[in-house]
Structures are given as structure tokens and as C-alpha cells.
Design a protein around this ligand. Structure first.
Ligand code: AHG
Ligand code: MN
Ligand code: MN
Ligand code: MN
Length: 321
């Protein structure tokens, strides 16, 4: 196992060396994402001092009011990912349709990303993040974005929290890197992250309880309360999932009477987070099956999401199935 403090670029190259047939494409792809997120982090850290707080004055394809930092993060990622040449196509929460960069014509991958997750928390200085999911280019068409989560080549997030951390997997476990801002490098701080078998925290927006359409969900939450669990809900998926990855427990955003498929988007929120959680020994479900087995029909489709430790997910399924 790599040593604590190993620099991300070196870690990625050492991982690549384990695959003699590797061409270096994925290494460049991952390093490019890390570079783009360092730039986003520098803007996030200054958000109160420069004019990037507040609304951008437009509504996105999700029907949400776009925040200036949503837009800036999206532009930074598009710029870096288009320029590196490894990505045939880019799909973003903030783009109606995917884009196919000129320099990516021979790229091997397609990437779906949420450039800034937790927008409602930007102006109140609460943790936000960037989420990404990488699949192989197959036919060189828009269909390439609509592959199941278990086919992901890599997935990860950057959380702009009390520190800036990059957490990612390429299907061989999960590793976390903390940004040392004094040298601008991501250093290995959380090698081989494994979720505890069970946690003591549940994370769900209980304000929606009256709208939940899953019989048994309320009973499940009450059972956890009886077992002495505490509630933590930050409202940024990246932060709620990061805490679940480290401490265990369960995070959920269920469907409800108004939102038949819940709120979170499959391609660039639920699927990459499910890949990470399952790689770390946890489980994910939409209430019926692993999130990773869902065949996407649309770039921006939503899905009910529950993910976390084995004990809580199994207990949830006993209540709602
Ligand atoms: P985004 O800011 O990328 O649109 O995502 C927001 C999501 C997710 O981060 C979080 O888990 C969820 O919205 C919170 O929704 P509620 O405020 O409805 O609980
Ligand atoms: Mn949004
Ligand atoms: Mn999001
Ligand atoms: Mn977002």
C-alpha cells in the first residue's frame, strides 16, 4: 500500500504501472480532473472576497437557479477536460446536452460531472464539492453516457470542506488525498478507505417525510432513532456521502409523491457515489436494486438513492421491500 503523504500524480502513475497494457490515458484524465478542481478550490476559498457568490441570473436544465460558482466551476472543468484530449464527450449537470471537444476526437473516455454540488450551501460557507464519473467510449455517440454504473472506469469527488480532499476509485478500492495548499499538491491521507460495517448516523431530509412514498421508510428511520442513532444532514451530497464513507451509517434521498424519481441525478451524483461506497465495502440501492445496475435512459435522469453501511442498507430493505 502506498505511504501516507504520497503525491497524487505519483500514486496514479504507480497504479498505472500495475497494468502493463496501460497507455497513460487514464492517468492523464485523472490528473486533469485534479488540476481543474485545484483551480475551483482556489475560487471557492475566495468566494466571499470576489464577485462569485450569489445567482448567475439563469435557470439550468434542472429548473434550478444557477449560482455563479456553478457556472464558473462548469467552465473551468470544460476548459481542462476539453484541452487534455482524453475525453471524447463531456456531460454536465449544467449543460442541456453533452459536448464533444475538438481535441477529444480520439479520446477513450466520456465523463459526466456535477461541477458544483451543494449549491444551496455556497453562500453560507458550508462544504460543497465536485463529482465525476468516467466511462469508456463505446460507439462514439451520446449513448456512451448511458452505461450502467458498474461499467464505470473511475469515479470520485472533490470536497471543498475544512480541507480540500480528492476521493476516487478506479475499481480497486478507494483512496483519499488532502490538498496541501502551501505546495498545491494532493497528498495521500486516507489510503484504502473502508466503510464501517454499521454506523451511528442517518442522513436524510426529514422535512420531506410527509411526501415520502415508500411505505416503511418512516418506520425504518424511527427504528434507527430507537437504536440511538443521531441525525446529520448537510444538504450537500458530497459532504453527506463523505461523512458516511468515513464514519458509516446511511444517506438517503428517497422518491416522494411529487418527485417520483427523487431529486438526485443518476449519472453524475448517484452512480459515482454508489461506485465509491460499494468499492469501500458498503451498499447502494434505489429501493429495488444496486444503483450500479440501473440502465440510464437520459443524461439528467433522477433516481431515489440510499447508500451506506451494510447493516443499515440491509435493514432499510427489510422495511421498504
Ligand atoms: P446540486 O447543488 O448539484 O444541484 O445538488 C444539490 C443536491 C445534493 O447536493 C443534496 O444532497 C441535495 O441537493 C439536497 O437537497 P434538499 O435541499 O432538497 O435536501
Ligand atoms: Mn444544481
Ligand atoms: Mn449535485
Ligand atoms: Mn451541481
Amino acid at each position: 500500500m502506498a505511504e501516507i503523504g504520497t503525491e497524487l500524480t505519483r500514486f496514479i502513475l504507480e497504479e498505472e504501472r500495475k497494468y502493463p497494457s496501460a497507455t497513460g490515458s487514464l492517468s492523464l484524465a485523472l490528473n486533469t480532473i485534479a488540476s481543474a478542481c485545484k483551480v475551483i478550490a482556489s475560487h471557492v476559498r475566495m468566494a466571499g472576497l470576489v464577485d462569485i457568490l450569489g445567482k448567475a441570473g439563469k435557470v439550468n436544465v434542472q429548473g434550478e437557479e444557477v449560482q455563479k460558482l456553478d457556472e464558473l466551476s462548469n467552465e473551468i472543468l470544460i476548459d481542462y477536460l476539453s484541452d487534455c484530449g482524453e475525453f471524447f464527450g463531456l456531460a454536465s449537470e449544467e449543460l442541456n446536452e453533452p459536448i464533444f471537444p475538438e481535441k477529444g476526437k480520439n479520446g477513450k473516455y466520456v465523463i459526466s460531472f456535477d461541477p458544483l454540488d451543494g449549491s444551496s450551501n455556497i453562500d453560507v460557507n458550508v462544504s460543497i464539492g465536485t463529482i465525476f464519473s468516467i466511462h469508456k467510449k463505446v460507439n462514439g455517440t451520446q449513448e456512451d453516457f448511458l452505461q450502467e454504473g458498474y461499467k464505470q472506469i473511475a469515479a470520485g469527488y472533490v470536497i471543498y470542506g475544512s480541507s480540500t480532499m480528492l476521493v476516487y476509485t478506479t475499481g480497486n478500492g478507494v483512496n483519499g488525498f488532502t490538498l496541501d495548499p502551501s505546495v498545491g499538491m494532493f497528498l495521500l491521507s486516507h489510503p484504502n478507505i473502508k466503510l464501517p460495517e454499521k454506523g451511528k448516523i442517518y442522513s436524510i431530509n426529514e422535512a420531506n417525510e410527509k411526501k415520502w412514498d415508500k411505505e416503511g421508510l418512516k418506520d425504518f428511520i424511527n427504528t434507527l432513532k430507537d437504536e440511538g442513532y443521531t441525525s446529520r444532514y448537510i444538504g450537500s451530497m458530497v459532504a453527506d456521502v463523505h461523512r458516511t464513507l468515513i464514519k458509516g451509517g446511511i444517506f438517503g434521498y428517497p422518491s416522494d409523491k411529487k418527485n417520483k424519481n427523487g431529486k438526485l441525478r443518476l449519472l453524475y451524483e448517484a452512480s459515482p457515489m454508489a461506485f465509491l461506497i460499494e468499492q469501500a465495502g458498503g451498499l447502494s440501492t434505489n429501493g429495488k436494486e444496486s444503483i450500479l445496475n440501473i440502465k440510464p435512459q437520459d443524461i439528467h435522469q433522477r433516481t431515489p438513492v440510499f447508500l451506506g453501511s451494510q447493516k443499515e442498507i440491509k435493514q432499510l430493505l427489510e422495511h421498504i421491500c
